[in-house]
Design a protein around this ligand. Structure first.
Ligand SMILES: Cc1cc2nc3c(=O)[nH]c(=O)nc-3n(C[C@H](O)[C@H](O)[C@H](O)COP(=O)(O)O)c2cc1C
Length: 200
């Protein structure tokens, strides 16, 4: 089947693509408004884009009325954010953070998550997350109703049991991040893993 996303299937683009490009990692992004109010929201249009320097990006889509989501609005005014990774233990809480609360209402408190101070950015990290990336906005691309927010990752916080200090490696056998599958309600666990060596 060939589907034209510019004509017949334009209004199905999101549903079709978000069901196919899977699994996607989830960023539970914390930001702070100009007057200091904390916001948290999940984004699965998210990935790590490079390591030298370390960069990541996520993409809040504008609301139906063309206004930016609270996260995008906060990044535009304060230029900082924290990407908190999501594992099985905070899956439910992450989902709670997707509720549309009035601007300035704190999703973290409602979801039973704890704000912990970040080191170099103002938005807090989430204490329960397996890992948090402190980011400074590098730039935001506005492509139609998408805002692609690119961040320079300045600090990495990792739950103690996940870090092998001697080898300076992540204990991936203890990391159980979840992935987003078909929108809106499907997810996957990442417990079924296999190794495949690259050819020389
Ligand atoms: C797992 C998950 C992933 C999501 N990914 C995105 C995304 O990539 N882009 C987006 O605009 N909304 C996404 N949403 C919806 C937003 O989280 C939701 O609209 C939220 O209320 C936005 O909050 P804010 O206005 O505080 O920024 C996602 C929701 C869930 C549950």
């Amino acid at each position: 089947m060939e589907l034209n996303l510019e004509t017949d299937y334009a209004d199905r683009a999101y549903t079709l693509l978000a069901s196919l490009v899977t699994p996607r990692p989830i960023a539970l992004v914390t930001t702070i408004s100009a007057d200091g109010r904390v916001n948290a929201a999940p984004f699965s249009f998210f990935n790590l884009l490079g390591a030298n320097p370390p960069i990541c990006a996520f993409a809040p889509g504008d609301r139906e009325d063309g206004t930016p989501r609270d996260t995008a609005r906060n990044v535009r005014s304060t230029h900082e954010f924290v990407v908190n990774l999501v594992d099985e233990t905070i899956a439910e809480a992450m989902n709670q953070c997707a509720a549309s609360l009035p601007f300035g209402e704190n999703e973290l408190t409602r979801a039973g998550l704890t704000a912990a101070p970040s080191s170099i950015v103002k938005p807090p990290r989430i204490a329960e997350s397996p890992a948090s990336l402190e980011c400074v906005e590098w730039g935001t691309l506005q492509i139609g109703g998408n805002r692609v927010i690119i961040g320079l990752i300045k600090r990495l916080h990792v739950r103690g049991e996940l870090f092998d200090l001697e080898k300076k490696r992540i204990n991936t056998d203890k990391l159980f991040t979840i992935g987003r599958m078909a929108s809106p309600h499907w997810y996957c666990k990442t417990r079924d893993r296999f190794e495949m060596k690259r050819p020389d």
